[in-house]
Design a protein around this ligand. Structure first.
Ligand code: ZN
Length: 428
């Protein structure tokens, strides 16, 4: 649980890449009007500029729309090999259809949760779940409307009353509907569920600005104040878990299921949660930079883990950070099971990106500070890496070249050995 966002990166990058082809008006892009009543199902009404024989969903990680979503009389939602779509039962073309959608959380494979209900009555919704086209999506740029009579809408840092209109695209965004009062500082805007235990709420409100400030000082301020959403739904009946994620300028975590009060009372929970948020905050400052290849995930996930360790260490939580680092070291060795980091990632043992990635990146940080004392270690590497790959997909080689530019070829050679050797030495 909780390490879900890692799998979203490829899809997110794909969508971002397609966005560069955006042409604005397109015969296949519908206008989408969403109505969100305070109770009962939501309605998403799609209006195509020209008739099409099917409405194809852009993100279709499973077949759950065919179960949860309801099409009107004469229409059906079906799953094909190429994903879910809406068709008329008689096969005729159509230009309008309205779908009925229960606003409930779903644990979607490799995708963001569509709805995250707050225990205090609010709800977070992920707009990418609504994206669809008259045929397979090629262009990205939807005219969206949201109506939530009598309720507040928080979108892109602004509070609106009852209605919103915007142009959406790329990987979409999260929008909050509800009356939870935001917690705001110069560095962030947060919506923290009032249903969360008070100790957790105050921990989040205190620690997050500290982490964000820590990263902003070392990796540069973000273009807009980031938003944090923390939702807590004990009423969720279908299992128990925590899903976290980031989208540009947004960090979110959803706790669901009735087992949480017991979990939250366990020793170490507060420290783990602080680490988790520091990790997610670090992703914001990585600014969606990551190596596309599966075997390069140790760079951005291990990097976010290392940034969490560095942030906790520099904000008076060294003991907690060191305990988590020590535990990760043991897990790394067990997960590698005699393989290299690359081989384990190739075999789909994704956790090594975190556990061994943490070790590799902490070792790299220390080595860069030793051989390039004027650098800021891993922070300098990431700032240079981001600039090197700006506007294009990154590869592991980009990261290696960046490390060489700061720490020299010898440092890169050690780093290469660390991820390629079946008996890696993470000490440098
Ligand atoms: Zn991550």
């Amino acid at each position: 649980m909780g390490h879900f966002y890692r799998l979203l990166t490829a899809a997110a990058l794909l969508a971002a890449g397609c966005a560069t082809q955006q042409t604005g008006a397109s015969a296949v892009l519908p206008a989408i009007a969403i109505s969100a009543p305070a109770s009962g199902n939501w309605i998403a009404a799609y209006t195509l500029p020209a008739p099409a024989t099917e409405l194809v969903f852009d993100r279709s990680p499973d077949a759950s729309r065919t179960v949860d979503w309801k099409a009107p009389e004469g229409f059906e939602i079906i799953r094909t090999d190429a994903g879910e779509r809406v068709r008329r039962r008689d096969g005729a073309a159509f230009s309008e259809v309205a779908l009925s959608i229960p606003p409930v959380y779903r644990d979607l494979p490799k995708d963001y949760g569509p709805f995250s209900p707050f225990g205090d009555g609010g709800i977070l919704t992920y707009t990418g779940r609504f994206f669809a086209c008259g045929g397979p999506c090629v262009d990205y740029g939807w005219r969206m409307k949201l109506s939530a009579p009598g309720r507040s809408i928080l979108m892109d840092g602004k509070v609106l009353s009852g209605a919103a209109e915007w142009l959406d695209g790329d990987s979409g965004r999260n929008i909050y509907i509800g009356e939870t009062r935001t917690v705001e500082t110069a560095d962030f805007i947060a919506v923290i569920d009032n249903a969360l235990p008070g100790a957790i709420r105050s921990q989040l409100a205190e620690q997050l600005p500290v982490y964000l400030h820590h990263f902003a000082e070392r990796m540069g301020a973000l273009p807009a104040r980031p938003m944090l959403f923390a939702s807590y739904d004990l009423a969720h009946r279908d299992g128990f878990g925590r899903q976290g994620g980031t989208l540009p300028g947004q960090v979110f975590v959803h706790f669901y299921g009735s087992a949480w009060p017991e979990q939250m009372a366990k020793p170490g929970f507060a420290e783990d949660l602080g680490w988790h948020f520091a990790h997610e905050a670090a992703h914001l400052y990585q600014r969606q930079t990551y190596a596309e290849d599966q075997t390069g995930a140790w760079i951005h996930e291990g990097g976010a883990e290392a940034f969490a360790a560095l942030a906790l260490r520099s904000t008076g939580q060294a003991e907690a950070a060191n305990a988590i680092v020590a535990a990760a070291a043991g897990k790394c060795t067990a997960q590698l099971a005699g393989r290299s980091v690359h081989a384990a990632l190739e075999a789909g043992v994704f956790d090594v990106a975190y556990t061994c990635g943490l070790r590799a990146n902490l070792a790299l940080d220390a080595e860069l500070r030793r051989v390039a004392p004027k650098s800021d270690g891993l922070y300098s590497a990431w700032t240079a890496y981001r600039k090197r790959v700006e506007g294009r997909a990154a590869t592991e080689e980009d990261f290696m070249a960046t490390v060489a530019s700061i720490g020299g070829e010898a440092t890169t050679a050690l780093l290469r050995a660390m991820v390629a050797s079946s008996t890696p030495d993470f000490s440098f």
